[in-house]
Design a protein around this ligand. Structure first.
Ligand code: PMT
Length: 402
């Protein structure tokens, strides 16, 4: 599964860098093309010449490749890669990745990379268990990176714990498994509509009715779908998030009516749609053309009008074979409300999340879901990062195409 894959291998300054040649050799043996990027500290542990010889490519370390001013483009490299592996990843590099510090070529490439990133931590065992390191690793997981759990070893305190970098064979196998799962995903070239974020319903030129949706859940879904080969049509309400993957086409909208129009334009030739947006159920019956003034008004009545139900509209138009999935955000009687929506909107499955669960719902980096499908299957999942939740949902979706 690694044949013809473009891999970036990022090497940082750890004694485990001595395992990097084995990694390169194994990747090359499986047919991958490997571009090594090494940090200045990494070069203290392994020579670029060894790595260049094994990878058959010049090793990149600096922004500028020659004294003539030509430079290595981290953006081009980030786009070229099918995956990026940082092995070994020191506590320092992990900390910089978690906190947006891009002070070397490896880090700028990481921040520009659109492909999945795998991180193999390697450090002193006490450093690994330090709360700061663990918090940084949690951040990386929340950003969608895959952390390759280190192997066990002995702590300075004499206790046994984790910290030693995973063995090259095991790392290469994990990447191989990832690409195999991706190929099995059955979403290659499938067009998938996704709605995400809130909608804003205008009261006047400066005010609106909205909700707390950040778009995090929907954007995590977009990334996972794109990584599995789908062509994602992401219709997003106003959010501050950015998309990373080139398979994502983003259509920005503001109101429920605009979201419906965009969804209807795209849905016809889609294999599936996942409706994750928190759509306002009502909008002001009239939008004031000028800013509403407070003077002389102790009370202000807003008359609201029902918005179109995008999910029910698509549900009514669904062709045989098209899969429609929705979300239910509940605060009480969760399961019965979700089952009602599943039927009324003609969903194939619905993803229930409840605001009664800590760490679930709006704005958090985590979510806790239950998937209910139209065949009566109910599957409850534990609290996970939104990235992992997205993988579970995409796993459910792909089961319809197998
Ligand atoms: O964006 P985040 O901060 O990460 O938060 C994620 C989330 C909580 C917004 C997300 O997980 C979620 O639950 N999204 C759906 C929220 C919602 O509006 O649920 P609902 O139960 O009101 O709607 C049911 C379904 O109908 C949803 O699929 C919704 O997209 C759809 N709908 C609702 C109303 C409407 N007018 N049109 C719709 O299409």
């Amino acid at each position: 599964m690694l044949n013809d894959r473009h891999l970036i291998l990022g090497i940082t300054g750890s004694i485990a860098a001595c395992k990097a040649p084995a990694l390169v050799r194994l990747f090359i043996k499986r047919g991958a093309e490997v571009q090594v990027i090494i940090t200045p500290a990494g070069k203290e542990f392994i020579t670029p010449l060894t790595l260049a010889t094994l990878s058959r490519k010049a090793v990149i370390s600096d922004f500028f490749s020659r004294r003539d001013g030509s430079w290595n483009s981290h953006v081009d490299l980030g786009l070229w890669a099918d995956a990026m592996l940082i092995a070994p990843a020191t506590a320092s590099t992990i900390g910089k990745m978690a906190n947006g510090i891009a002070d070397n070529m490896l880090l700028t490439t990481y921040f520009a990379c659109k492909a999945p990133v795998f991180v193999a931590p390697a450090m002193d065992l006490d450093m690994y268990t330090h709360p700061a390191t663990q918090a940084n690793l949690d951040k990386l997981r929340a950003y969608g990176n895959r952390i390759l759990e280190p192997a066990s070893g002995e702590l300075a305190s004499g206790l046994v714990g984790k910290g030693r970098m995973e063995e090259p064979e095991a790392i290469v196998q994990q990447l191989d498994d990832f690409f195999e799962k991706q190929a099995e995903g059955g979403l290659q070239k499938k067009k998938i509509l996704l709605t995400a974020g809130p909608t804003y319903e205008k009261i006047d030129p400066v005010r609106f009715i909205g909700n707390y949706s950040s778009g995090k859940m929907g954007f995590a879904l977009a990334e996972v779908l794109a990584e599995r080969g789908a062509e994602v049509q992401l219709v997003s309400g106003p959010v501050t998030l950015k998309t990373r993957h080139p398979n994502i086409r983003r259509i920005d909208v503001e109101s429920a009516e605009e979201m419906l129009a965009a969804a209807l334009r795209e849905f016809g030739d889609c294999a599936a749609a996942i409706l994750c947006a928190a759509v306002a159920d009502y909008r002001p019956a009239e939008t004031a053309p000028q800013k509403i003034k407070r003077e002389g008004q102790e009370e202000l009545e807003l008359r609201l009008k029902a918005n179109p139900d995008i999910a029910a509209t698509l549900g009514a138009r669904k062709r045989p074979g098209q899969i429609l999935a929705g979300f239910a955000l509940e605060t009480e009687h969760e399961l019965s409300h979700a089952e009602g929506k599943l039927q009324r909107k003609n969903f194939d499955f619905i993803v229930l999340n409840s605001l009664r669960d800590k760490g679930a719902g709006f704005r958090t980096d985590t979510n806790k879901i239950t998937i209910v499908d139209s065949r009566g299957q109910i599957l409850a999942y534990p609290l996970k990062s939104k990235r992992e939740v997205a993988e579970d949902i995409v796993g459910k979706l792909t089961s319809y195409f197998q």
